[in-house]
Each structure stands twice: as C-alpha cells, then as structure tokens.
Design a protein around this ligand. Structure first.
Ligand code: SF4
Ligand code: SF4
Ligand code: F3S
Length: 354
C-alpha cells in the first residue's frame, strides 16, 4: 500500500474527528443499503487499514464524470472519500504535471503491485493503432494495458468507460471501446451514467475499499445495490403510467399535472439506475422530476438506441389503451428480465470468487 500509516492515523493527522468519520461511514452504509449497525463495523475495518491506492485514468471523456464525483452535493462523501483513498494519479486533479506525474504513477504501481485499484473514465480508442488519444507518447490503449497488468481490480465510471458512450456512438470514428472489452483478465465493475450519480460512484468505491471484494454485480457488471431496479420500478409518476395517463407534449395539461412521460420518450422502463430514489444534488431532484423523460444514460448504446424522444413502444402501441396494456405487460417482462439478470450475475459472481 502507498501509505505506511493506517487510515485512522491519517485522518486524525488531518483533523478529521472520529465523529465525522462515523458520520461518513453511516452515510456510506445507508447508500449501500447496509443495516445501520454495520456503520461502526465499517469504521473499525477502514480505520485500521492503510489507505487504498487508486490510480485514476481519463481517456476519451468530457470530464463530466469527475466533475460529478468531485462536486458531490455531500461534502461528507466527497471529501472523505478522497481522504479514505490515496488518489495516487489523476491528471486533472493532481498538482504534478508532465514527467513528474508519470513518475508518480509508476512509483504508486511499483509500491502497490497487485493491490491498487484503477478507476477509468472515458472510452478507449482502438482505431488506427489507438492514435486518437496519446499522452506522454503512449496511446490510451498501451497505458491501460500497462496500468491494468498489476491492478487488483478496475472500476469504469460513466457510460463512456462502461459501454463506450458517446465516442462509441455511430459512426464511432475512433474505434472507441469499453474498458471491459479490452481488459478481460481482471475483475471489472461498471458504474455507468452520463455522468453517474456521485453517491453511486462513492458508494461503490467505499464498498470495495471496506470489504476488499467486488459488490454483487448484474450481467453488465453493475453493482446490484444501485442498478438492481429500473427507474420505472421506483418512479413517483408510475401510478399515472398504470392508469394510462400520459403527457403528449412537454407543455400540455398532462405535463403540468405530472403525468407519465412515456409517450415523450422516457426510457425509465428499460433503464437500471438509482435516480428515482437517490436522486441528484443531494436528493433534490432527478430528470423525470424536472419534467424530462429518462434518456437511458446508464444503459449500453443509449445514444443510438432509437431516439431520445421516441417512445419505447414506437411502431407497436399507438394508443393510450395499448400503452396501458404494455404497462401491465411491462411489469411482468421487467420482473422476468431482472430475475434473469440476477441469475446470470449470481453465476458470474460465483465464477469470479472461485
Ligand atoms: Fe462525459 Fe458522459 Fe462520458 Fe462521463 S459518461 S465522460 S459525463 S460523456
Ligand atoms: Fe416514470 Fe418514465 Fe415510467 Fe412514466 S415511463 S412511470 S415517467 S419512469
Ligand atoms: Fe440518466 Fe435516466 Fe437517471 S437519463 S440520470 S438514468 S433518470
């Protein structure tokens, strides 16, 4: 590990009280849906460990994912997360630049061989030998292979790193690929979203750091705690969907009355994420609450999948009655799909743990 000191020693040196740390652990336990009693256990486990070394690589990205993580509404989560981990390389946040920065990364890799976590945002260009993203004379592809080689696990944050995102949308001129399509011999966790919810990123990292293992994942390698339900499963507009009450335009009476946005292209029924419960900006709101349908930003291929404003049922159900029928059917289909995903994930996790 990077730091000889335990996390407890590090925090007390930086003036973080045990009380503040316990509050952080309680917030993380709640985000992870763990019983409240686990907060103290989490605090004890974390405070006696050295800080986890994390190398954060940014490739074809817009910095939205890192903005989301560092501008988390909750300073408890955001600031303490960066105290809990030792962020040994991040070319946006670190003070060092150029060769000094590259050396810092090499040193961290050497010192924490086999133990460090790699966080990746952005897709990886593979076209024309990967020339579309180079830093310090190395392509993103080379850097990723080099850094991943001695990593304990990798975490893809954002749709770009998880599923190739916007750079991977048609016609994908750079040959953009997702992390999991390139690194296939190491454990990979996907935390998609464009960007992901800060608490979901922080919660996933906190789980791995605390328990030293991967959380339970779905068939797309997403933590089930955060991606186990669709937006539709938990949407407060769901009663309108079930009654067949749909807004037809963004400013009609139905929209003003808060009716379901399905006919305006909402992808909530097929999108797995925590937005409807965790929400954004410290729990203030989420896209549907602000009057816009879900775009499906935590799913593969969401840029190309049929248009943001086309209803999921386009071409199949044109009437409200038909959509209400689809709604009833959708519950069963959604439940079956979730059960299948869980069964697949169980198998995946068992294989991972062998
Ligand atoms: Fe930007 Fe979205 Fe890609 Fe994150 S997932 S880097 S926010 S385009
Ligand atoms: Fe909510 Fe969208 Fe489902 Fe309607 S279709 S209930 S707006 S998630
Ligand atoms: Fe993305 Fe849909 Fe949430 S667009 S932010 S998953 S409501």
């Amino acid at each position: 590990m990077n730091n000889e000191k335990t996390l407890g020693e590090h925090l007390s040196e930086y003036g973080v009280s045990r009380r503040t740390f316990l509050k952080f652990c309680a917030a993380m336990s709640s985000v992870l849906a763990l019983p409240p009693t686990r907060a103290a256990e989490m605090a004890d486990m974390l405070s006696t460990k050295p800080r986890q070394s994390v190398i954060y690589l940014s490739f074809q990205e817009c910095t939205g994912c890192l903005e989301s993580l560092t501008r988390s509404f909750s300073p408890t989560i955001q600031s303490l997360l960066f105290d809990v981990i030792s962020l040994d390389y991040n070319d946006t946040l670190m003070a060092a630049a150029g060769e000094q920065a590259e050396q810092a990364r090499e040193q961290a890799m050497e010192k924490n061989k086999g133990k460090y976590l790699v966080v990746v945002d952005g897709s990886i260009p593979t076209g024309d030998g990967g020339v579309y993203h180079t830093a310090a004379g190395h392509t993103a592809l080379d850097t990723l292979h080099r850094v991943a080689k001695d990593a304990a696990a990798l975490v893809a944050v954002g749709n770009c790193a998880s599923f190739s995102g916007i750079a991977g949308a048609k016609p994908n001129p750079t040959g953009a690929k997702a992390l999991m399509d390139i690194i296939t011999d190491k454990p990979v966790i996907n935390v998609p979203g464009c960007p992901p919810i800060p608490e979901v990123m922080a919660g996933t990292l906190a789980y791995v750091v605390t328990f030293g293992k991967l959380p339970e994942l779905d068939n797309l390698k997403r933590p089930l705690t955060f991606f186990g339900n669709t937006i539709h499963d938990r949407c407060y507009r769901r009663p309108f969907y079930d009654q067949g009450k749909f807004a037809k335009t963004f400013d009609d009476e139905g929209a003003r009355a808060g009716w379901c946005l399905y006919e305006l292209g909402c992808k909530g029924p097929t999108t797995y994420n925590s937005c409807a419960t965790t929400k954004w900006n410290g729990g203030v709101s989420f896209p549907i609450q602000s009057g816009h349908g879900c775009l499906g930003c935590s799913e593969p291929n969401f840029w190309d999948a049929g248009g943001f404003y086309n209803p999921l049922s386009t071409g199949h159900w044109g009437t409200a009655e038909g959509i209400a029928l689809a709604a009833a059917g959708g519950v069963a289909v959604g439940a079956a799909a979730a059960a299948l995903a869980r069964a697949r994930q169980k198998k995946f996790t068992e294989e991972e743990n062998k």
